[in-house]
Design a protein around this ligand. Structure first.
Ligand code: NAI
Length: 482
């Protein structure tokens, strides 16, 4: 029986290994983590992350060929294939701070593998890492290996949160990079055999290590670039009377462009896009490619611009001040169908509004009050793409934001509501009831273009939809300069 161990039971490690266990009954999969709390949650009825379909898969395999454990060293030493799926956040201090990937967790995992291994291993980079990380990892492993052979593979993960299980069950492609040596080819084949249990052969792509590592950064940069491109267009649409949805539809019909990832919004979030682009920027700078670095940096800058533009629109529409006004925030997660709030645009938007002394009432179906509290009290890095929004930590005892049990409670007596996540339930709300319970004039700022603006205007709302022709009210309000 092949034994797989995955180090890191997070958004990637958990779902990825659950699907491998489901599709490969003859493989024993152990997911290990230094966080005891996370492992405890994986072994409970309340999984640590929310993903549609995840619970069913975990329940089907857990205890059979899928195990969650904090006995990291034991499972690593027993495994044939070790996936490393630890977090690789942006460095906050030292050389490359604010851009480079922090490989502390990765390095400590690699050292531990070297320490505890007693048999040959295939070590798989699942985390997103800078190009050439495999070389560094190889050095750590071989310098401590006591004659054991390690093969390093790069197998970046392309799943998207919110659709992780579907993406894993039916991936567009699986990418495996390895050394172009007999040992490297053998390792690639061993990993290919695992995926081939359910992924068609023509979707399993092999490449050299550096291409595989770079492909993941490139894929995220291209995806984020599409969002920033359409968001840049949304600003021009508002200025000219064009409708960004119509523009997206028209350009998406071009088969060279395609229709996906062309929705305008308040901005992209999630733990990956910004981090991976900044990492790419840093790698370009380190290679002396300043023009290339600046090109990709602009994708992050436009994203920051989109968030501050949204805040400015809210403030300018409401007579240039939101001080003391209640504003409902519908949605805090960075996208629908996940409870993940890492880098969510809601953090910057809320901080921007709090900076103008608004009182916020926040509702998200999957995000807890504790999580929101942590996010709002965290200070943002002041690296070289500063957001215009000031971080605002609520003063002790001054309750300027709260969490509501549902959307209707959040909007009660509010002057405005901001939709920041595209949860399906926000499309189906009773907006007449909402209008009746709000202060007048009642404003809707739709950061995800989920509501039917025409219908809401009939009810009496003043509606701002990103990239759409402006409500006459908004046209008349002077623009705010940040
Ligand atoms: P995460 O933060 O949810 O999970 C990482 C886990 O690794 C944590 O539970 C942490 O306790 C554990 N860990 C850290 N060091 C450890 C060690 N030495 N030994 C054992 N456990 C350790 O991170 P997430 O979101 O799963 O991301 C993991 C990697 O996958 C990152 O490099 C990320 O860029 C990449 N990725 C993330 C995607 C996403 O949608 N979240 C998609 C594709 C790639």
């Amino acid at each position: 029986m092949v034994k797989i161990c995955c180090i890191g039971a997070g958004y990637v490690g958990g779902p990825t290994m659950a699907v491998i266990a489901l599709k490969c009954p003859s493989v024993e999969v152990a997911v290990v983590d230094i966080s005891e709390a996370r492992i405890k949650a994986w072994n409970s009825d309340q999984l640590p992350i929310y993903e549609p379909g995840l619970e069913e898969v975990v329940k089907q395999c857990r205890g059979k060929n899928l195990f969650f454990s904090s006995s990291v060293e034991k499972h690593v030493s027993e495994a044939d294939i070790i996936f490393v799926s630890v977090n690789t956040p942006t460095k906050t201090r030292g050389l490359g701070a604010g851009k480079a990937a922090d490989l502390t967790y990765w390095e400590s995992a690699a050292r531990m593998i070297a320490d505890v291994s007693k048999s040959d291993k295939i070590v798989v980079e699942k985390s997103t890492v800078p190009v050439k990380t495999a070389e560094a990892i190889e050095k750590i492993l071989t310098h401590n290996s006591k004659g054991i052979s390690f093969q390093i593979l790069s197998n970046p993960e392309f799943l998207a949160e919110g659709t992780a299980i579907q993406d894993l069950l039916s991936p567009d492609r699986v990418l495996i990079g390895g050394r172009e040596t007999p040992g490297g080819s053998k390792a690639i084949k061993a990993l290919k055999d695992v995926y081939a249990q359910w992924v068609p052969e023509d979707r399993i792509i092999t490449a050299n290590l550096w291409s595989a590592e770079l492909s993941k950064l490139a894929a995220n940069a291209f995806l984020a670039q599409r969002i920033s491109s359409v968001n840049a267009m949304s600003a021009l649409c508002e200025a000219t009377g064009a409708d960004v949805s119509q523009v997206s539809h028209a350009i998406g019909k071009d088969t060279r462009i395609g229709p996906k990832f062309l929705n305008s919004s308040v901005g992209f979030g999630g733990s990956c896009f910004q981090k991976d682009i900044l990492n790419l920027v840093y790698i370009c700078e380190c290679n002396g490619l300043i023009e290339v670095a600046n090109y990709w940096k602009q994708v992050v800058k436009v994203n920051d611009y989109q968030k501050s533009r949204f805040v400015n629109r809210v403030v300018s529409s409401m007579f240039n001040t939101v001080s003391g006004k209640k504003i409902a925030i519908l949605g805090f997660a960075f996208k629908k169908d996940t409870g993940d709030t890492r880098e969510t645009p809601a953090i910057d938007v809320c901080k921007g509004l709090l900076g103008d002394k608004a009182k916020l009432s926040i509702y998200d179906p999957q995000v807890t009050k504790d999580q929101i509290e942590r996010d709002l009290s965290m200070s943002k890095f002041e690296w070289d793409h500063p957001v215009q929004l000031q971080p605002t930590v609520p003063a002790a005892g001054e309750q300027i934001w709260d969490v509501s049990a549902d959307a209707y409670e959040a909007v009660k007596d509010a002057h405005g509501l901001c939709i920041l996540t595209e949860w399906n339930e926000f499309r189906k709300l009773d907006y007449q009831k909402i209008f009746n319970s709000m202060q007048k004039p009642a404003f809707v700022f739709d950061g995800r273009n989920v509501v039917d603006a025409a219908k809401l205007r009939e009810i009496g709302f003043i509606v701002y939809s990103i990239g759409k022709p402006l409500d006459p009210w908004l046209k008349d309000m002077p623009a705010v300069v940040a």
